[in-house]
Design a protein around this ligand. Structure first.
Ligand code: PLP
Length: 457
């Protein structure tokens, strides 16, 4: 098989600001060993997130110029609506400024005290919006999804056995909805199978529970179904997406992911009565129903991006580039999550740095080492992000100590990815020299964004 090439040529470039190890050492110290506090110009390869960091196409940039800024009834809205409907086949399409705004509107109406939302895994903003409404969120990830190093094709599936027994013992009248996150972002970007979506739909239908899809990475999920699930090899991504959404009553989406946009999102619904309630809330929080929180040019860029993301040459390259980096690291003995997910590579920091205990934040120590050694920025998903304190003030560590390298869409080339692999492998070779960290300052909630740390001697 020949090399899978990037499915696009480069027309416009952004310079990388090169710097030295000494410079980065100083910059990191000044940022209190928290790369969120770095100046982005001091980062050479930025793998902090795949959200809003995509490279737009020449067609999208042309769409920015074509975007119509009419307050009401903009033709850009109608092109946006048509693009969303082609994929979801849902009658009501409500634009929002990003994914969490769609969540906030939907859950303000469907949530509230004593309600429960069940999911394969709720993304953090989704859970936060559910809890903010007074409701509770419950994750029911399948058994395979709990083990980072054991490969399985659909580790994002919801545990249908757990759902059935929950409903048998608790009833269903208080269950506001089931939400399937595709792909499962918080669970490593692992896909959900069509069979699982169908089974979850059948359970929901029998129990009168609405099924929603958190569709941020719908195209990556559809590509995994096409490649891995029997019966889907000959189907187009659009056909697979149409079937997937046919099982749902509605969906929320962040256009900052699989729509290649730098901002945007939407809510799509089948129920017109619910859509009217959502639009009434939209007007007071986001804007008029034909623009939500967006400019006409954003709607135009999203409409074009939604079409481009279903290109199979793009998806093959996208999924392959994540797998390429994962395999390169795996064959060098670096502990990684297997198989590769759709948008990020995950390092197992507990195994990478066994000499650093959880209360010295091995994930954050690794994040810092990758920055100093190679100018790469990534994020800790471990005890700095999810750790809690017990009543005696001792750290209760997270279940896993992971480091996520999220790959922005269409931004980096294979040589950038090769460089990333080289840096990680070099750091792995001298892992004994990496020191643990201590928190000197932290916020009560979401502390990883702003925490200040220092290196232990
Ligand atoms: C990013 C994301 C969201 C929230 O979208 P924003 O545009 O960041 O508000 C919700 N769910 C999932 C799975 C996401 O990845």
């Amino acid at each position: 098989m020949k090399t899978i090439i990037e499915p696009s040529r480069i027309k416009s470039v952004e310079p990388i600001h090169f710097n030295t190890t000494e410079y980065r050492h100083k910059a990191l110290k000044e940022a209190f060993y928290n790369p969120f506090l770095l100046h982005a110009d001091d980062v050479m390869i930025d793998l902090l997130t795949d959200s809003g960091t995509s490279a737009m196409s020449s067609a999208q940039w042309a769409g920015i110029m074509v975007g119509d800024e009419s307050y009401a009834g903009s033709p850009s809205y109608f092109r946006f609506k048509e693009a969303v409907q082609e994929i979801t086949q849902m009658p009501a399409v409500i634009p929002t400024h990003q994914g969490r705004a769609a969540e906030k509107i939907l859950f303000s109406i469907t949530g509230g005290k004593d309600k429960v939302f069940i999911s394969n895994t709720l993304f953090d903003t989704t859970r936060a919006n559910i809890e903010f409404s007074g409701a509770e969120g419950i994750d029911m990830i399948c058994e395979e999804g709990r083990h980072p190093s054991i490969p399985a094709p659909f580790k994002g599936n919801l545990d249908t056995g757990a759902l059935i027994s929950y409903l048998a013992s608790n009833g269903s009248s208080h269950v506001a909805m089931v939400i399937l996150t595709v792909t499962n972002n918080s669970g490593g970007g692992q896909p959900v199978s069509m069979q699982n979506i169908r089974e979850v739909h059948d359970i929901c239908y029998k129990n009168g529970i609405p099924l929603y899809i958190d569709a941020c990475r719908f195209a990556e999920n559809c590509y995994f179904i096409q490649q891995r699930e029997p019966g889907y090899g000959d189907k187009s991504i659009l056909e697979i997406a149409n079937e997937m959404f046919s099982y749902a009553d509605g969906c929320t989406m962040s256009a900052k992911k699989d729509a290649f946009a730098n901002i945007g999102g939407f809510l799509a619904l089948r129920n017109e009565e619910l859509a009217t309630k959502c639009r009434n809330l939209l007007v007071i929080t986001e804007g008029f129903p034909t623009y939500g929180g967006l400019a006409g040019r954003d709607l135009e860029a999203i409409a074009i991006g939604l079409h481009e993301v279903m290109d199979e040459h793009y998806l093959q390259y996208r999924i392959r580039s994540i797998d390429y980096l994962t395999q390169k690291l795996h064959s060098a003995g670096v502990p990684v999550m297997l198989p590769a997910g759709g948008h990020a590579v995950y390092l197992d920091a507990a195994e990478f740095l066994p000499h650093i205990p959880a209360n010295q934040y091995p994930g954050q120590a690794l994040v810092c080492a990758l920055y100093v050694h190679g100018g790469i920025r990534c994020v800790e998903i471990g005890s700095l992000m999810f750790g809690k304190y017990g009543p005696d003030g001792h750290l209760i560590p997270a279940r896993l100590e992971l480091v996520r390298l999220a790959i922005p869409r269409r931004v980096y080339t294979q040589s950038h990815i090769d460089y990333v692999a080289e840096v990680i492998i070099e750091v792995f070779a001298k892992r004994q020299t990496i020191k643990g960290l201590r928190i000197t300052e932290e916020a009560a909630m979401l502390r990883h964004f702003t925490a200040k740390l220092e290196e232990l001697v």
